[in-house]
Design a binder for this molecule. Structure first.
Ligand code: UD1
Ligand code: UDP
Length: 393
């Protein structure tokens, strides 16, 4: 008998990280795969569905301009109920920490459907940072039957909360699986603005005449004053260093776009684009001297390319990158953003210590470990794949 697995996701990062897993489930002789998208994001989700050629079985199409958290939560729960009754899956998979993740898990729980949580166990232990992601991820913990922790640190967090060890599988992060074939030396950018730029190559990104900084800032806790400070710090840096160019693919959220265009628009070395197709984005960061971001996923991707990352947040649930050394947490103060970026442009020794090309988040085989654990759970296999081993941090 094949077991029915439904993957539910709704935003860009969930889709990027679930795509390799959906493909691995489809390849399993013991499982059937279905996909439901909430479309908490619309255009930014569709970009990823197109790239990975995923055709959802159901699309809840919930996105509204400037949607509130309550709207997302209630619409997902209301719209998912009938669909889950019709599909009657054995297992529902959710990913990470979005409001789609939490609401879908709650909806599955109401119908006594087993839940698998991919990218489980990351914590800052501060319920407002990141907001609301810390609690979204945390609340799925007690609802889930299977926990796919990307690292042993995440597993330890779950153990601390009383989750049974036999329900936790350390798999690595599927985001590393998605990077395998993305970056190529002769890559042709699809985005017309990027295609027209003279960007550094993979081999001369640290020595090129123009140093490329990729910027991506969008999180709720940075809206308003913190975001203005971050952008002002960057503007000061670019005005001082004539050999620096910034590319910022601006999130579609109006709260981000208004601030970005107000402070960084109309500058000849600051290029604001629409959100990029994911392969374009991977090839952009791989050609960058430095990445400045509040994104979770980008913190996990950049170490694969040995590109230093400055994280403009007060706290991160991804400490492995800090310990490994490619990532530095610098807060949201304008002067600190300017000073820390400046140091990386001028202090070669510091820059070289942050350039380690070694990803602590995975080895590219997370999806197959997750499928193996699901097959084991349903009795198709004696033992799951061995845990992904990272040095404990
Ligand atoms: C969401 C997640 C966040 C994740 C981010 C990834 C929650 C609460 N937040 O935040 O964890 O880091 O996605 O990008 O789950 N919009 C569009 N088109 C799109 C996408 C968004 O127009 O394709 C606009 C809409 O006006 C929408 C707004 O952006 O209302 C905000 O989207 P929302 O999903 O609520 O929040 P994000 O900040 O994107
Ligand atoms: N990304 C993308 N296009 C862009 C910017 C980012 O495809 O213009 C990808 C990036 O490679 C990473 C993911 O989006 O895989 C991160 O998503 P996001 O920053 O929106 O959310 P977070 O990870 O912070 O939840």
């Amino acid at each position: 008998m094949k077991h029915r697995v439904v993957s539910v996701f709704g935003t860009r990062p969930e889709a990027i990280k679930m795509a390799p897993l959906v493909s691995a489930i489809e390849s399993s002789p013991n499982l059937t795969s279905s996909v439901v998208v909430t479309a908490q994001h619309r255009e930014m989700l569709d970009q990823v569905l197109d790239l990975f050629k995923i055709e959802p079985d159901y699309d809840l199409d919930i996105m509204k301009t400037r949607q509130s958290l309550s709207e997302i939560t209630s619409n997902v729960i209301l719209k998912l109920e009938q669909i889950l009754q019709d599909m009657n899956p054995h297992l529902l998979l959710v990913h990470g920490d979005t409001t789609t993740t939490f609401a879908s898990a709650l909806s599955a729980y109401y119908q006594k459907i087993s839940i698998g949580h991919v990218e489980a166990g990351l914590r800052t232990w501060d319920k407002y940072a990141p907001f609301p992601e810390e609690m979204n991820r945390n609340l799925v913990g007690p609802l889930a039957d299977l926990h796919f922790a990307p690292t042993s640190k995440a597993k330890n967090n779950l153990l601390t909360e009383g989750i049974s060890e036999n329900k936790i599988f350390v798999t690595g992060n599927t985001v590393v699986d998605a990077l395998k074939t993305s970056v190529q030396p002769q890559y042709q950018f699809q985005d017309p603005k990027l295609a027209s730029l003279d960007l550094p190559s993979l081999s001369n990104r640290t020595t090129a005449n123009k140093k490329l900084i990729t910027l991506e800032v969008h999180r709720r806790e940075n809206w308003g004053a913190p975001m203005k400070n971050i952008f002002k710090g960057i503007k000061k840096l670019v005005d001082e260093f004539q050999d620096v160019m910034v590319v910022f693919p601006v999130h579609r959220n109006p709260a981000v776009r208004e601030t970005a265009y107000e402070i960084l628009g109309n500058h000849d070395r600051i290029i604001l684009t629409d959100p990029l197709p994911t392969r374009d984005f991977h090839n952009l960061i791989a050609r960058s001297y430095l990445v400045l971001t509040d994104s979770g996923g980008i913190q996990e991707e950049a170490p694969s390319f040995g590109v230093p990352v400055l994280v403009v947040r007060e706290k991160t649930e991804r400490e492995e990158g800090l310990k490994q050394g490619t990532v530095m947490l610098i807060g949201r103060e304008q002067e600190r953003i300017y000073q820390e970026s400046k140091k990386l442009l001028t202090d070669k020794e510091l820059y070289e210590t942050m350039r380690k090309q070694d990803n602590p988040y995975g080895d590219g085989f997370a999806s197959s470990r997750i499928v193996s654990a699901i097959e084991h759970y349903y009795g198709h296999k004696d033992a799951p794949e061995p845990d992904y081993k990272v040095s404990p941090v």
